[in-house]
Every structure is written in structure tokens, then in C-alpha cells.
Design a protein around this ligand. Structure first.
Ligand SMILES: *Cc1c(COP(=O)(O)O)cnc(C)c1O
Length: 392
């Protein structure tokens, strides 16, 4: 029996059949069980920030595991404390960190923290994705994800993403928090209009509510900055109260982080929350290696450059109606409903692509993607679109 058949027989069918069985990776490339090579323009969904098998992560994880692999919340470890300090320093405003194991968990911690304000209402956006646990799901707008699991934790109000007037109407003195992705990822890389996040900051300050930015996908260099919201000058002056991270932070080793600033940093008290694995020294060592490598290799500048090169290459094709995003978080709309066909044709041509909707593609490759990688894709791109049946 093939691994795909064994997968179907042994794994719960939560995702649908896998596209291929991958056996190894190196840099921005992966190989399947037939030995076929692919350029990975999905990066484990914005997770493999340093690509696959990066020596800095391998070294950090190996050394840490040989030294001390796990303790518990009864003890502190150096990697845990150093990571928390580094994240706060990168954010650029005083704060404190809760460490967990995934994006959903980072958001669960933040959601519980918002309840400690004494208010319960959370305002979230249509098109949002915040994770699949019950709390994170209650903030995720997609009906297909929510409906089978209702009733979900309550008092969530959805407003259209990018509409500052709608946000102003929804946020009142009973609002605990506004939760927003600085750029919506799962929705297909949706960039809000200029001034939207600044308006959210202003509104929340005036209502005494927390501004919570979910940077699980946009954070840690993805957009060419440590945090996507650093592109908004108003948020450098008045930082968000909560920032959640995961995906790229561990470079493939599971980790989540909830950063709270100002008074929000002290809302969770002993007994309020916990995670047995959270702050695991191996995961923290991996995250520190990711942060060190992004800084040492100048990846933020590189991401800005390769991101533009990739966006230009994608936009070059006449089949593409629109391209948007920041850094190496790029969304593209096609003129026709060919998203899944393009993904399949891409795989045939040796490229791992992703569609978030019938005519929307998302590119979130490793941050180490090179100019040569982009050029290899640019050369194959017209052929991929033609093979997908795109009318010209
Ligand atoms: C992926 C994602 C999550 C959920 O992360 P998991 O690690 O899958 O739980 C939450 N928020 C955003 C913005 C994401 O992109």
C-alpha cells in the first residue's frame, strides 16, 4: 500500500487527500517519494521561514535537545527567557510574553486575557482566520469552519475588514478587544486600506479596549519587517496591546507566542492559563535561531527585494488580474476560476503553489528564497498557466 492509501486508512480525514508524499527538503526545495524536486513557494504555509533543514535550526535544536529537552512550568530555562526578551525588544515596546505551541493557542491565550479586562465583547473581521480551537474559531469568520461547531464562545461581533467606519460603530465602552490580522492571510492576502490599522488603534484607545493584532502569518520577517504592523507609523507610537505569533517563529518547530504590552501584560495572573509544552527549550532554541539568522543574513531587506521580484513575475502574466501583498506574502487574483488547476499544473512543473479560493493564489515561500529561485519560477509561470487551461 502507498503512503497515500495508508494515510487515508489511518489519519482522520480533516484535510482531504494529500497532494504528494514528501521525504526531504533543503533550502527552498523539497523532494517527494518518487525523487521529484519542487521549489516550495508555500513554505509549509508561511512556516519554513529559513527553508528546509537550515543548519542554524538543526544545530540549535540538536544542541538544546542534547543539553535539556523539556522541563515544566515549575522551572525556567535560558532559551525561554531569552526568547521572551528578544520578542519584546523586536516589538519595540515594553511587554511580557506567554509561550505556547501554535497559532491557535497563541490566540486562545490572548482571548482569555481579554476576558480579564472585565469586558467580554471582541470585535473581529469578516474574512479573518485565527485558528481552529473553539476560542480561536469563535473569532474566525468563515461559516463553513464555524457552523458545525456552534455554539462557540460568544460575544464576538464581526465587521467588514478594512472598513474603519464599521469598526467605529462596533467598538464601544463594552468592547474588550478588537482582533485583526494586519494583512489577512487565509482570506487570500487581503491588504487593508491605508489608515485602517491606525484608525483601529485610535478607536480602541478611546473606548478603553485592547488592540490585538494576529501576526501569526504576517510576523517574523514575512512582510520584510519583524512585524507587519511596523509599517504603520501610528503603531510605532502606540503599540498594539496584544500581538500573537506562531508560523514563521519556529521555522518549522511548533511554537506560539502571545505578547502583551503596557497594562495588558499583567492581566493574566497565576492560575489563569498554562501549557505543559509552552516555552519548551527546544522550540525556544529553534525560534532564537530563526531570529538570529534573519538578522545575521539580512533577510528582512532580502525579503523586500525578492518579494517585489516575485510579485512582478506573477503579475507579468496576462492571466493575472491583480497582485497584492507585502514582502514574501503575495496574493494574486486570476481572471478565471483556475486556482486549484494552477496549483496542480504547478506541481507537475515542479513548484509547490497554493490557492486560497477559486481564483486566488497565495505565495508565502521561505524567506531565504533567492533571486535565482524567483527567476526559475518566472520562466515556468506562463507554461503553468497554459497547462492549467487559462484562456489568454
Ligand atoms: C495559521 C493562522 C492561525 C492558526 O495557527 P495554527 O498554528 O494553525 O493554530 C491563526 N492566525 C493566523 C493569522 C493564521 O494565519
Amino acid at each position: 500500500m502507498s503512503y497515500q492509501e495508508r494515510y487515508a486508512a489511518s489519519m482522520m480525514n480533516t484535510f482531504g487527500p494529500p497532494n504528494a508524499v514528501l521525504t526531504r527538503g533543503s533550502g527552498a526545495r523539497v523532494w517527494d517519494d518518487a525523487g521529484r524536486e519542487y521549489l516550495d513557494l508555500l513554505g509549509g504555509i508561511a512556516v519554513n521561514a529559513l527553508g528546509h533543514a537550515h543548519p542554524a535550526i538543526v544545530e540549535a535544536v540538536t544542541t538544546q535537545l542534547q543539553t535539556l529537552g523539556h522541563v515544566s512550568n515549575f522551572f525556567a530555562t535560558a532559551p525561554q527567557v531569552e526568547l521572551a526578551e528578544r520578542l519584546v525588544a523586536l516589538l519595540g515596546t515594553p511587554g511580557k510574553v506567554f509561550l505556547s505551541n501554535s497559532g491557535a493557542e497563541a490566540n486562545e491565550a490572548a482571548l482569555k486575557l481579554t476576558r480579564r479586562t472585565g469586558r467580554t465583547q471582541v470585535v473581529a473581521a469578516t474574512g479573518s482566520f485565527h485558528g481552529r480551537t473553539m476560542g480561536a474559531l469563535s473569532l474566525t469568520s468563515k461559516e463553513a469552519y464555524r457552523l458545525p461547531f456552534e455554539p462557540l464562545p460568544g460575544d464576538v461581533t464581526f465587521v467588514p475588514y478594512g472598513d474603519a467606519a464599521a469598526l467605529a460603530e462596533a467598538v464601544t465602552q463594552r468592547t474588550a478587544a478588537v482582533v485583526l490580522e494586519p494583512i489577512q492571510g487565509e482570506a487570500g492576502v487581503v491588504v487593508p486600506p491605508d489608515g485602517y490599522l491606525a484608525a483601529a488603534r485610535d478607536l480602541t484607545i478611546r473606548a478603553g479596549a485592547l488592540l490585538w493584532l494576529d501576526e501569526v502569518q504576517t510576523g517574523i520577517g514575512r512582510t520584510g519587517r519583524w512585524f507587519a504592523h511596523h509599517a504603520v507609523p501610528e503603531l510605532l507610537d502606540a503599540a498594539p496591546d496584544l500581538v500573537t505569533l506562531a508560523k514563521g517563529l519556529g521555522g518549522g518547530i511548533p511554537i506560539g507566542a502571545t505578547i502583551a504590552t503596557g497594562a495588558a501584560a499583567d492581566l493574566l495572573e497565576p492560575g489563569n492559563h498554562g501549557s505543559t509544552y509552552g516555552g519548551n527549550p527546544v522550540a525556544c532554541a529553534a525560534a532564537l535561531a530563526v531570529l538570529d539568522t534573519i538578522a545575521a543574513e539580512g533577510l528582512l531587506d532580502q525579503v523586500a527585494r525578492t518579494g517585489k521580484r516575485l510579485a512582478d513575475a506573477v503579475a507579468e502574466a496576462p492571466e493575472v488580474a491583480a497582485v497584492r501583498g507585502a514582502g514574501l506574502m503575495i496574493g494574486a487574483d486570476l481572471h478565471a476560476d483556475l486556482g486549484p488547476a494552477v496549483v496542480e499544473a504547478g506541481r507537475e512543473a515542479g513548484f509547490i503553489l497554493n490557492s486560497t479560493g477559486p481564483r486566488t493564489l497565495r505565495f508565502v515561500p521561505p524567506l531565504v528564497l533567492s533571486d535565482a529561485d524567483v527567476d526559475a519560477f518566472a520562466q515556468a509561470w506562463p507554461g503553468i498557466l497554459a497547462a492549467a487551461g487559462a484562456p489568454r
